[in-house]
Write a protein that binds this ligand. Structure first.
Ligand SMILES: NC(=O)c1ccc[n+]([C@@H]2O[C@H](COP(=O)([O-])OP(=O)(O)OC[C@H]3O[C@@H](n4cnc5c(N)ncnc54)[C@H](O)[C@@H]3O)[C@@H](O)[C@H]2O)c1
Length: 367
């Protein structure tokens, strides 16, 4: 770890009630989790470990970067010695693990990268926690954030993924997440490490990298570019506003039963094409375009290989046991989201042009 980061963390170590290592905190969901924990728990020290791949962006955390209980460390979860050092020196007692390669299309092009980060990186993190905690697990927790995609695909009926649904991943991304979930359970069952896992449906909201459907389409509607729809647009996803996911993670981290899995979802299923039509309606209105203007941008393209038909989560366990449920109706969430991207065009332009990465290259050139 660079000396300056180390000093900064060491200076602030002693007075905090807990030290929580959040991995992947510069990404989409991670940045919302970091923000929530830093603001809601000033008594916790939050260390954000992120490699800053193309998907990591420190601009996502501008509003909290100077908070006294927050520290950023640039690093790779596959770097054994960095993790050893972090755990040993910073007395990490909680881990919320989000760092991952997360885009299915990229996993089809480069499955090995997904195996390295998502499987070996998770294993590395588990091992670093195990070695540091030395079987003294009181007050410790390893929380692994996973996806509903590990369950495979549903038919077009009313079945839902429950925590008992058999794993059946189809893409290299979901296979790598499934493997990482199994390693987390193995560390719980074999070594007694206190672990908890959540599997969440598709997230939407501010700060999502614009290779994913919702921010990409907002960007394209604004710039009058094609809206590429896979197949006939009939695939169904269950959408959850990202801040609701962050709240669920907070609840599970503090109240979830060790060794358990919790499904998180929005009870909010949409076919891709219907979702796109809603987005067009809201975005055209906000942009002052006559209704339906952007419909002509819809372009059907060859379907993604192995494209799962339908995902839908049953989040009843989480509601019954821990009292969590989504706070936002989809109509409100999608309006908030579209308006955020339209109001933050600099963020979107910066990310789409790759400018933000040049900034990091200069900033971290010596590391
Ligand atoms: N986006 C979704 O809809 C969704 C749904 C359910 C679960 N998840 C899971 O939530 C987590 C976060 O997803 P996201 O959409 O925010 O992803 P993201 O791609 O936006 O962010 C991933 C972050 O991880 C960092 N990272 C990647 N490789 C790393 C490494 N080797 N070491 C350290 N940091 C690394 C990246 O720099 C980035 O900041 C993932 O584990 C994903 O599987 C995502």
């Amino acid at each position: 770890m660079p000396e300056t980061d180390e000093k900064k963390i060491r200076m602030a170590t002693e007075s905090y009630k807990r030290t929580i290592l959040i991995t992947g905190g510069a990404g989409f969901i991670g940045s919302h989790v970091v923000r929530l924990f830093v603001n809601k728990y000033p008594e916790y020290k939050i260390i954000n470990l992120d490699k800053l791949t193309y998907a990591g962006n420190l601009a996502n955390l501008k509003d909290i970067e100077n908070k006294p209980n927050y520290t950023f460390v640039k690093g790779d979860i596959c770097d054994e010695s960095l993790l050893k050092d972090l755990f040993a020196k910073q007395k990490v007692d909680g881990v919320i693990h989000l760092a991952a390669e997360s885009h299915v299309d990229r996993s089809i092009k480069d499955p090995f990268l997904f195996a390295r980060t998502n499987v070996l990186g998770t294993l590395n993190l588990l091992q670093a926690a195990k070695e540091s905690w030395k079987n003294d697990y009181s007050g410790k927790l390893f929380y692994h954030v996973s996806t509903d995609e590990v369950y495979g695909a549903l038919e077009f009926d009313d079945t839902l993924f429950t925590e008992e649904t058999r794993y059946d991943p189809h893409s290299p991304y979901s296979a790598s997440k499934a493997a990482s979930d199994h390693f987390v359970r193995a560390y719980h069952d074999t070594y007694g490490m206190p672990c908890v896992i959540s599997n969440c449906s598709n997230n939407y909201g501010p700060y999502q990298f614009p290779e994913k459907l919702i921010p990409l389409f907002i960007h394209n509607i604004r710039n009058k570019k094609a809206l590429p729809v896979y197949g006939k647009g009939e695939n169904v996803r269950d959408w959850l506003y990202v801040e609701d996911h962050a709240c669920a993670i907070d609840v599970i981290f503090h109240k979830g039963r060790v060794g358990e899995t919790y499904n998180i979802g929005g009870f909010n299923e949409w076919t891709n094409i219907d979702l796109i039509k809603v987005m067009i309606k809201v975005a055209d209105k906000m942009l002052g375009n006559p209704e339906g203007t952007s419909t002509e941008l819809i372009t059907y393209v060859t379907d993604r290989a192995g494209h799962d038909l339908r995902y839908a989560i049953d989040a009843t366990k989480l509601k019954k046991e821990l009292g969590w449920e989504p706070s936002l109706q989809f109509e409100e969430g999608i309006e908030k989201t579209i308006s955020w991207y339209l109001d933050n065009q600099d963020w979107l332009d910066n990310v789409t042009s790759g400018e933000y990465q040049k900034y990091y290259e200069e900033m971290y050139a010596d590391r």
